[in-house]
Design a protein around this ligand. Structure first.
Ligand code: NDP
Length: 290
C-alpha cells in the first residue's frame, strides 16, 4: 500500500505557486488576492477558512477575511459579495459553506462573479466543467485530480465508484473522472443514499472515492484487493484523549482498508490539503493582468 500524501504533494505544488507569485512581484505584476467570507461561528468552518488564509500568507497571496455574525441577513451578505465582485484588487471570492439556515446557499453562489468563482460552485463554472471548457473546477475534485496526476496513476479504463452526489464533490468528481482525459477515462458509477447494494458495487471498483460524511463508513469488506481509495470525508468524532475533545476521521475505515488497497489517502493529510492547493491554483488563474 502506498499513501497518497496530500501534505507532501500540496507542499510541492504550493512551492511552485509561491515561486510564480514571487516572480510576478519582481516583474511588477499584480499580487493574487483571495477574499473569504465566513458567516457565523461554526468551528469546522472557522478552521477551514483560517487554513485557507494562512496558506495565502505562506505563498505570498494577499487575502481578506470578512467575518460576519450568525444573524447577518441575506441582502447584507449579497451586498458584501457585490462589493468584492466590483473590487479590482480581489481576484477570487469564496463564501465558506454551510451558511446559516436563513440564507439561501444557491442565491449566494449565484451572486459571485463567475470570473472570481475560485471555488467553482457557480452554475456557469459547473456548466463549463461539464462541457470540458476552461473554467474554475471545484477545489476538492480538482485537488483529487491533481493528486492522481502527481502519483502518475493510470485511471484509463478503470471502474470508479464515487459515493456521494453533492454539487461540490461527488457530482463534479464523477464528471472529471469520466472525461476523455488523463487522469480520467474511467467508467464511473455514482452512488448515493438510495443506491441498492453499495457493497457489491464497491467490490467491483478499481477506484473508490468516498464523499459521504459518515465516519469510517467504507469498511474493508467493501474494498477489492489492490483498489485505489480516495477518502474525502472529514468527520469530527469525540476523543477525550485530545485537548480539543475530538479527532478527525474520514469516511473510510483507514486501518482496515489500508491493508487491502494499492493506494489510499489519509485523513487528515490527504484530500483536505489538496483542496486548499487547488483553491490557490484557481486564485492564481483568476488574476487578470492588465
Ligand atoms: P453532502 O452531505 O452534501 O453529500 C453527501 C452525499 O453522500 C449525498 O449525496 C448522500 O446521498 C450520500 N450518502 C449519505 N449517506 C449515504 C449512504 N449511507 N450510502 C451512500 N451514500 C450516502 O456532503 P459533501 O459532499 O459536501 O461532503 C462529503 C464529505 O466530504 C463530508 O465529510 C465533508 O466534510 C467532506 N468534505 C471534505 C472536503 C475536503 O476538502 N476534504 C471538502 C468538502 C467536503 P443523497 O444525495 O441521496 O442524500
Amino acid at each position: 500500500m502506498q499513501l497518497l500524501d496530500g501534505k507532501k504533494v500540496s507542499e510541492a505544488i504550493l512551492a511552485g505557486i509561491a515561486e510564480t507569485v514571487s516572480q510576478r512581484k519582481q516583474e511588477g505584476k499584480k499580487t493574487p488576492h483571495l477574499a473569504a467570507i465566513l458567516v457565523g461561528g461554526d468551528p469546522a468552518s472557522q478552521t477551514y477558512v483560517a487554513s485557507k488564509v494562512k496558506t495565502c500568507e505562506q505563498i505570498g497571496f494577499g487575502s481578506t477575511l470578512l467575518r460576519l455574525g450568525e444573524e447577518t441577513s441575506e441582502p447584507e451578505l449579497l451586498a458584501h459579495i457585490a462589493a468584492f465582485n466590483a473590487d479590482p484588487e480581489i481576484d477570487g471570492i469564496l463564501v465558506q459553506l454551510p451558511l446559516p439556515r436563513h440564507i439561501a446557499e444557491e442565491k449566494v453562489i449565484n451572486a459571485i462573479s463567475p470570473e472570481k468563482d475560485v471555488d467553482g460552485f457557480h452554475p456557469i463554472s459547473l456548466g463549463r466543467m461539464v462541457l470540458g471548457l476552461p473554467t474554475f473546477i471545484s477545489a476538492t475534485p480538482n485537488g483529487i485530480m491533481m493528486m492522481l496526476e502527481h502519483y502518475n496513476i493510470d485511471t484509463t479504463g478503470k471502474h470508479c465508484v464515487v459515493i456521494g452526489r453533492s454539487n461540490i464533490v461527488g457530482t463534479p468528481m464523477s464528471v472529471l473522472l469520466s472525461r476523455n482525459s488523463n487522469p480520467g477515462n474511467c467508467t464511473v458509477t455514482l452512488c448515493h443514499s438510495k443506491t441498492r447494494d453499495l457493497k457489491a458495487l464497491c467490490l467491483q471498483a478499481d477506484i473508490i472515492v468516498a464523499a459521504i460524511g459518515r465516519p469510517n463508513y467504507v469498511t474493508a469488506d467493501m474494498v477489492k484487493e489492490g483498489a485505489i481509495v480516495i477518502d474525502v470525508g472529514i468527520n469530527r468524532i469525540e476523543d477525550s484523549s485530545k485537548k480539543s475533545g475530538f479527532r478527525l476521521v474520514g469516511d473510510v475505515d483507514f486501518d482496515q482498508v489500508a491493508e487491502k488497497c494499492s493506494y489510499i489517502t489519509p485523513v487528515p493529510g490527504g484530500v483536505g490539503k489538496m483542496t486548499i492547493c487547488a483553491l490557490m491554483n484557481n486564485t492564481l488563474l483568476a488574476v487578470k493582468d492588465k
